[in-house]
Ligand binder design. Sequence first.
Ligand code: C5P
Length: 232
Amino acid sequence: MGKDVIVACDFSSGIATLEFLDKFTGRKPFVKIGMELYYAEGPAIVREIKSRGHKIFLDLKLHDIPNTVKKAMAVLSNLDVDICNLHAAGTTAMMTAALEGLTRPDGTRPLLIAVTQLTSTDQESMERDLLINEPMEKVVMHYAMTAKEAGLDGVVCSPREAEAVHTACGRGFLTVTPGVRFADGDAGDQKRVMTPEQAKAIGSDYIVVGRPITASADPVAAYERCCAEFIG
Ligand code: C5P
């Protein structure tokens, strides 16, 4: 899979999601399904969106004991999603088990990427609540390297970390980056944003874009603009 724009479908119901996706009569966007929609609608919404011809990043961020994650990943693999994810904090043993669970009898599997430190965690809360006293950048890079060593395909990271991740883990290690805004757009609650063009220049492999597309008056035009700026 090459560079692509992934649309974060942060809707609370299947009806709202499908109404939104119905607007795309040409190119079918790669869709991110998060916890809210998945827990509301279950695997049926994944099957429905897949059957409409979309690729799917199922963003459920698994984190549990290795055996539980392995079995859960086997279920997600059967759903035929294209990307799934987990928390690198679950350790190498959990990531290795996840890959085993994800791999189908024929050897194929969805891509598996890791969340390093959530962007909602800052240095202070990491030190106070998690007792991790290293600098945030070092922690993020360490988690990325651990994910790479476990055999994962990449990480979700800030666009600002993408270059460093590629330097440390290799160009083939995928960086999936949210926090994207148009140059003339509203940043909303995202603090450190990049335009699709900037994300392209720093080598992001996939950008995850939500509100600049979902809240646009013309979502299809916003999506096409994103693709034009990021993919070219
Ligand atoms: O609407 P917006 O473009 O900000 O949506 C970004 C998407 O990426 C949301 O689904 C959000 O939960 C997700 N995300 C993020 N920052 C992270 C990880 C995921 O914004 N560090």
